[in-house]
Design a protein around this ligand. Structure first.
Ligand SMILES: Nc1ncnc2c1ncn2[C@@H]1O[C@H](COP(=O)(O)OP(=O)(O)O)[C@@H](O)[C@H]1O
Ligand SMILES: [Mg+2]
Length: 252
């Protein structure tokens, strides 16, 4: 049973105007099997939170802690975090020219599990995961994210998640840029992973739309670098009706 614990997390980034504090005391606990929706306006620091947990070098953690099953995540390198079971689906996945999806996935799997997956089962696993995500097999021979549409990028992120089998998945705006059909396919992938592996999910989103497909157990309103309010799924409905204004007033 995995548990990710974030305590009073503060993080800064260097900007041309100087050091800027973006995370201002984040508290959040995610256990195996739980889905937490993190909802907040643009620029509130949601992606920064995702990057800070995954270990992006641009963000400096100035105080607070992040632990996974009691282990200090902030002490780990980026690949150690991945091996420990943390997965990040980025809001804007990067292109990796010259590296095919197929090679990328196998390399990532080998790195995360510490040994190369047995070829026969691996090829089968990749095929069936792609099939479930309604991805054309030729996709595997394309270069990672090169010329991918928004929907293809997001499917590829979920494909990685399904094959790497993390214990905690951070999904940063996995719903952005998806049409209704793609949204359903991607959401079903997330739900499958949750059923199969008791995944704990941090689902970062701007809109409530994806919550029709992926049911959150908890909803956290993220404003101005920290959690401003938390509740159950009913909180998402309230946000849908009222927007973030009420919280923005309070954050000033
Ligand atoms: N690398 C960076 N350099 C400068 N400013 C940044 C950087 N990353 C984030 N910020 C700023 O931090 C704030 C939060 O950004 P972000 O975490 O992307 O928010 P969200 O994902 O909630 O939209 C924004 O004001 C953004 O401009
Ligand atoms: Mg973002």
């Amino acid at each position: 049973m995995s548990i990710l614990e974030i305590r009073d997390l503060h993080a800064t980034v260097e900007t041309p105007e100087g050091t800027k504090e973006i995370l201002k005391g984040v508290d959040l606990t995610i256990k195996a099997g739980e889905t937490h929706a993190i909802m907040g306006p643009n620029g509130s620091g949601k992606s920064t939170l995702a990057y800070a947990i995954a270990g992006h070098p641009k963000y400096e953690i100035t105080s607070g802690s992040v632990t996974l099953d009691g282990q200090d995540v902030l002490e780990m390198s980026v690949d150690e975090r991945a091996r420990a079971g943390i997965f990040l689906a980025m809001q804007y996945p990067v292109e990796v020219p010259g590296v095919s999806v197929s090679n990328f996935l196998r390399t990532a799997k080998t790195a995360v599990s510490g040994e190369a997956p047995a070829l026969r089962t691996w090829v089968k696993d990749v095929r069936s995961a792609m099939d479930e995500l309604k991805m054309d097999p030729v996709f595997a021979e394309r270069n990672v994210n090169e010329g991918f549409s928004g929907g293809e990028k997001k499917r590829h992120e979920i494909l990685q998640m399904e094959l790497l089998k993390p214990s905690i998945a951070i999904l940063d705006e996995t719903d952005s840029g998806l049409d209704v059909d793609a949204l359903r396919v991607v959401s079903e992938g997330v739900n499958r992973a949750k059923e199969r592996t008791d995944l704990g999910i941090m689902l970062i989103t701007h809109y409530t739309r994806i919550l029709n497909y992926i049911k959150p157990d908890f909803v956290h309103v993220f404003v101005n670098g920290k959690v401003a309010e938390q509740g159950g799924p009913e909180l998402a409905e309230r946000l849908e009706a009222e927007g973030y204004e009420r919280f923005l007033e309070g954050a000033k």
